[in-house]
Design a protein around this ligand. Structure first.
Ligand code: MG
Length: 185
C-alpha cells in the first residue's frame, strides 16, 4: 500500500476503528464461572506499529461503536492517546468533538475503517484508509486499501506506509531501538 506523500505529511492524528481493523471482527463470548466473558484477539505487530507512531509524535485514537472491556484493556496496555467507545451511529459526532478539543482539522485526520459504521467518517477525513477485509462501500471511498487483513497486521501496514510516506521510517526505527536500549539498561 502506498500513501500519497502530500496527504501523509498533513496527518496530525491517526484514528482507528477497532473491530475488523485492530481485530479480525471476531468476538469470543461465553460464561466463565457464571460470568459473561468477552475476549478479542489483537495483533502484536499492530501494537509495535502504534508504538512507532507515538515515537513520531502522532497521537492514536481508537474509535469504536461498541463498548468492550477487552478493547479498553488493550488500549490501556498500548497507551493509546484516546479510546472513544460510542455505541450507536455517533462516530462522526465523536470525532468532530475530538477535532475541536484537539484543534485538529478533518483534513489532518487519517482514519482506518472496515464497515458501514465508518462511512460518514471516511467521507470527512483527509486520509481515509480501508483494510483488506473492508466492505465495498468503504473501499470505494478510501484513498488506499491495505494488503493485510484487520487483526492480522493491517494497522502495522498503515503505520509503516504512513511513516515511509513522511520519510521518517528509518529514523523512527532508530529511535525505537535507542529508547528501548535506554529502558532496558
Ligand atoms: Mg469495524
Amino acid at each position: 500500500m502506498e500513501i500519497d506523500a502530500v496527504k501523509a505529511a498533513r496527518v496530525r492524528v491517526l484514528a482507528l476503528d477497532v473491530d475488523g481493523v485492530l481485530t479480525d471482527n471476531g468476538i469470543w463470548i461465553g460464561p466463565i464461572a457464571g460470568e459473561r466473558v468477552e475476549l478479542k484477539r489483537f495483533d502484536i505487530q499492530d501494537g509495535l506499529g502504534l508504538v512507532l507512531l507515538r515515537t513520531a509524535g502522532i497521537p492514536v485514537i481508537w474509535l469504536s461503536g461498541r463498548r468492550s472491556e477487552a478493547t479498553a484493556m488493550r488500549a490501556e496496555e498500548l497507551q493509546v492517546d484516546e479510546l472513544l467507545q460510542v455505541p450507536g451511529p455517533r462516530k462522526l459526532e465523536a470525532l468532530g468533538e475530538l477535532c475541536e478539543r484537539r484543534r485538529v482539522a478533518w483534513e489532518e485526520i487519517a482514519y482506518v475503517g472496515d464497515d458501514l459504521a465508518d462511512l460518514q467518517v471516511m467521507r470527512r477525513v483527509g486520509l481515509p484508509i480501508a483494510v483488506a477485509n473492508a466492505v465495498p462501500e468503504i473501499r470505494a471511498v478510501a484513498d488506499c486499501v491495505s494488503t493485510a487483513m484487520g487483526g492480522h497486521g493491517a494497522v502495522r501496514e498503515v503505520v509503516e506506509s504512513l511513516l515511509k510516506a513522511r520519510g521518517v521510517w528509518p529514523e523512527m526505527l532508530e529511535r525505537y531501538f535507542t529508547e528501548r536500549a535506554k529502558r532496558d539498561a
